[in-house]
Ligand binder design. Structure first.
Ligand SMILES: [Zn+2]
Length: 462
């Protein structure tokens, strides 16, 4: 079983975020919560937390302890039949509903009917509605009626990655818990749990590096740790992590990139991006490091820190503008078809706009348009990313209709020229695509299209 599933938190104590732990504890200790709204990005443990809530509400041991008032216990026992069946997903009174595929009025009406029935075995029925923002307006209205007069035997846990799409009428009836990206300290805490249990030999520094790479996601951190744990029995060091993720010589690239940006040299900057991609440098990490460096420069300019060894000529206004652009690029990264695109766009925008010292004639001529780039850079820039997906489906059809149909049911998650990541909505789609025969066919067609060896990776939509 993969780490992040195996080590899914089973108690409040095991949740990554201290803020979430405390908030839940305070809500649940009052004992009257009928509806909770969990908000925040994917991979931060909303569903796990929802299950913990279900257990705390229904744990047989906890109920007994409370009745006897023996202990001020707040964690589920994870041993009684209620806890065990919730963990295994077989508890008939704990219903997990995917808002995306049950978004209509009929489904919610059906739910309203069933909500009235008492739980079969548990103390309370728990409805966990994932991606609740996907519900239609009519469905929301129907749900609202239930939330206005919730039966005493029901607890709703609504989860969403897009809280702004949840109507205020619904949100205001829920206790809201915001799941935020975990800090490095919180991630290290969570990974340490896995390291101990799996007896993985790893340096503390290496663990920190992994947590930096994971960018606040426990799921990602656990995945990276798992990669290293399966590599053999050698102790994992910081150097190994840096080598694997090509982050060791990044600092020299950071300086180089900032130098090009200071000169507003789009061509050299974009060529450098190409080189980074070739070497497998993680763009998110690179962008973050650029922003960190600019932040240090800013502190240097305003005199907060001293002795920063740098020859970069940015003034405060330029640092501010560039930081804003890079921050924007970083936030666009997860929707980018090509991971280098946001940075390349930033480079173009930055280099095309005049510097703040407009009158400065010493400045090198500015690259004006994409056409000014050398042909190979331009090719990368304007590559066929947008149509790789339709092309792939089209070209596969003559070989195998059903694979083409299968791909149509999936979506393109990422393509960086070397690896094409496909997101499958259903497990059986993923399984089919993972078959060697199918994989070989897809990779062959991808090579026909791009002229390069491209690997395919299939991930399951979560
Ligand atoms: Zn229990």
């Amino acid at each position: 079983m993969v780490f992040y599933r195996k080590y899914r938190p089973e108690t409040l104590e095991e949740l990554d975020s201290e803020e979430v732990r405390e908030k839940l504890l305070s809500i649940l200790s009052k004992g009257s919560a009928h509806a909770l709204l969990f908000t925040g990005p994917k991979g931060l443990g909303k569903t796990s937390a929802a299950r913990i809530v279900a257990k705390i509400v229904n744990c047989e041991k906890l109920a007994k302890d409370k009745k006897l008032k023996t202990k001020n216990q707040s964690e589920p026992c994870n041993k009684c039949s209620q806890c065990v069946s919730i963990t295994s997903g077989t508890n008939i009174d704990v219903l997990e509903i995917d808002g995306a595929s049950n978004r209509g009025i009929d489904e919610i009406r059906d739910l309203r009917e069933k909500v009235r029935l008492s739980p079969a075995r548990a103390l309370k029925k728990i409805y966990i509605i994932d991606e609740v923002h996907m519900l239609t307006t009519e469905a929301f209205n129907a749900l609202l009626k239930t939330l206005e007069e919730p039966p005493a035997h029901v607890v709703f846990v609504l989860c969403t990655t897009e809280p702004h799409k949840v109507p205020p009428t619904i949100a205001s009836r829920c206790f809201q818990v915001a799941f935020k990206k975990a800090s490095r300290v919180e991630l290290v805490r969570s990974l340490t749990r896995i390291v101990k249990s799996e007896k993985i030999a790893i340096d503390q520094d290496a663990l920190s590096s992994i947590c930096d790479l994971a960018d606040g996601s426990f799921r990602d951190a656990a995945k990276i740790l798992e990669e290293f744990s399966t590599k053999g029995r050698k102790k994992v060091t910081k150097e190994m992590v840096e080598q694997e993720y090509q982050i060791s010589n990044i600092s020299s690239y950071i300086d180089l990139m900032l130098g090009f940006l200071a000169e507003r040299d789009a061509k050299k900057a974009i060529q450098l991006v190409g080189k980074l991609i070739e070497q497998g440098v993680d763009m998110k990490y690179f962008l973050e490091q650029l922003i960190f460096k600019l932040h240090n420069l800013l502190l240097d300019r305003v005199g907060v820190i001293k002795n920063l060894q740098t020859s970069l000529s940015f003034d405060i206004q330029e640092i501010k503008e560039l930081t804003e652009l890079l921050t924007k690029a970083s936030s666009q990264l997860k929707f980018a078809v090509l991971s280098q695109l946001p940075l390349e766009m930033t480079i173009i925008q930055w280099c095309m706009q005049q510097g703040t010292q407009v009158e400065d004639e010493k400045k090198a001529p500015v690259t004006q348009t994409v056409q000014d780039l050398d042909p190979s850079t331009r090719a990368t820039f304007l590559s066929t990313v947008d149509d790789i997906w339709p092309k792939l489906i089209e070209k596969i059809k003559p070989y195998n209709h059903s694979v083409a149909g299968l791909l149509r049911g999936c979506s393109l998650k990422n393509f960086d020229g070397k690896k094409l990541e496909v997101e499958a909505k259903f497990k059986f789609h993923k399984e089919k695509l993972d078959e060697t025969k199918v994989r070989v066919l897809i990779e062959k067609v991808l090579e026909e299209i791009t002229g390069e060896k491209v690997k395919i990776a299939v991930v399951l939509k979560v």
